[in-house]
Design a protein around this ligand. Structure first.
Ligand SMILES: [Zn+2]
Length: 472
């Protein structure tokens, strides 16, 4: 066991005095061990093979929780370190799904229902399609243009390295169907929110405000979207038939799996990492988000295996029911509301399995010195500085959103996302897509991150700016 008791007075130039030398040396040892360790890779293999798809609230997701507890114990975590925190949720499941162009050029379409889509009933529906190339065009359209019709939304998403285009272009899925429903449309087709040209549709949740009844909402594959747009360009009415029969099965159980390595001196202070255990049902949830779960578990396992005890508690959460609306995140925030301010720093891995290329950090000025030390240790792994301090206003992974809203300081360990939206929410999200070396790099970055964060007394919360407002 490496002793961290004698380090207090030892400063390190990289960490500007806030990261003791021996803490840095241990982080370096964890980094190197991570690069040579295949635990995370084996965990994703096991999860995607032995459980497979794990739609939120279903028996498959419950099997994933049991798998997780067994896998953690097999690694050597103790019963007392593992807690399953159940919660209840309204559960949606997929039914039949098919669609076709009826006129002017009859042919089948490759489609899938969006999460929380309404049902057409088994007999399906047929209608004239009103084509909108952008979400803005739909928003501007008068209700009479779409009433009792099917709405098609294009809004094609370009590729970006950091995946930031998803926020803007993903809106076609997040809010497009409810905007169409409010205007009286009877069904919606969207171009899949993806960046490839394969004939694979992308599912993903769509949201319905309380005053909007769900209507059938499907995604067509990118080449099918091109086809619809080409036919629309030729003019004349375009008619589509579609049958989707998803349903709400009622209230069922989901849960978060929480694993702690308890802190030595400040066990009430929590550094939180994780990924989400649920996945969409079309693939086996390898890059979304078996990888994230495995990366965080791989990092925590190295600390356990090296018998290291951090100063602060390191908590791994394998979140439940992320995909269908952050149900696990909300349940956690509710259950832990008395200790939300004791979560001192967090980051979630939920953007695939490619290498981390940049680190953003929303932390205090003293916390920034920890970021410097982290970057020094991770530069050999190709990790570059990102946005720092309060200037970083982005998130830290979807499941940390309620904690971030409550003031959680955060890191975004930003993965290369150029290929993420080729696979995301498609049947093609499978284990073979994961590169073991890239996954190990992620584990190394997480191990360094949690070790530095959990072995300093730095308060990462940015202080309020002085009252003088410099912008005036
Ligand atoms: Zn995800």
């Amino acid at each position: 066991m490496l002793s961290t008791l004698v380090l207090v007075a030892v400063a390190n130039t990289g960490g500007a005095g806030v990261v003791p030398d021996a803490v840095s040396r241990t982080a370096e040892a964890l980094r190197d061990a991570a690069l040579a360790d295949d635990t995370a890779y084996r965990l994703v293999e096991d999860l995607t093979t032995e459980v497979g798809p794990r739609l939120a609230g279903t028996r498959q997701e419950a099997r994933a929780r049991r798998w997780a507890v067994a896998a953690l114990k097999k690694l050597g975590f103790q019963n007392r370190q593992i807690t399953v925190e159940p919660f209840r949720m309204r559960t949606w499941v997929r039914g039949a799904e098919r669609a076709a162009i009826v006129a002017p050029f009859p042919q089948p379409l490759v489609v899938t229902a969006l999460g929380r889509s309404g049902s057409t009933g088994p007999r399906g529906m047929k209608g004239e399609v009103v084509v909108f190339r952008t979400l803005d065009a739909l928003e501007r359209a008068p209700a009479k243009a779409v009433r009792q019709k099917l709405v098609y939304i294009g809004h094609a998403m370009p590729k970006t390295q950091d995946g930031s285009s998803y926020g803007y272009f993903g809106r076609a899925r997040f809010v497009g169907p409810s905007i169409a429903a409010k205007k009286g449309a009877k069904g919606v087709l969207i171009r899949s929110v993806g960046t490839h040209s394969h004939r694979l549709p992308h599912t993903g949740v769509t949201s319905w405000p309380d005053d909007v009844a769900p209507i059938p909402a499907i995604a067509v594959s990118p080449p099918d979207a091109d086809q619809i747009e080409r036919i629309a360009d030729r003019g004349g009415p375009l008619t589509v038939s579609m049958t989707v029969t998803p349903r709400i099965v009622g209230t069922t159980e989901s849960g978060n799996v929480v694993v702690d390595i308890e802190g030595r001196e400040a066990k009430d202070e929590i550094v939180i990492i994780g990924g989400h255990l649920d996945s969409w049902d079309l693939g086996t949830g390898a890059v979304d988000d078996g990888a994230g779960v495995a990366i965080a578990a791989g990092a925590l396992n190295l600390i356990r295996k090296m018998k290291l005890q951090p100063r602060r508690t390191i908590r791994l959460v394998m979140w439940g029911a992320e995909e269908v609306g952050l149900e696990g995140a909300k349940a956690y925030a509710e259950r832990h509301k008395a200790e939300l301010d004791r979560h001192v720093l967090g980051s979630e891995s939920d953007f695939g399995a490619e290498r981390i290329f940049r680190i953003h950090a929303h932390v205090s000025a003293r916390g920034d010195a920890v970021v410097d030390e982290m970057l020094r240790l991770l530069a050999p792994l190709g990790v570059a500085p990102g946005t720092r301090g309060p200037a970083y206003t982005g998130g830290a992974g979807p499941d940390l959103t309620p904690l971030v809203r409550a003031g959680l300081p955060r890191f975004r360990l930003a993965q290369d996302g150029r290929d993420y939206f080729e696979l995301h929410h498609t049947p093609d999200d499978t284990f073979d897509k994961i590169d073991p070396a890239a996954l190990a790099q992620n584990v190394a970055v997480h191990a360094v991150f949690v070790w530095l964060a959990a072995n300093t007394d730095v308060d990462f919360r940015p202080r309020q700016a002085p009252s003088a407002d410099l912008s005036k």
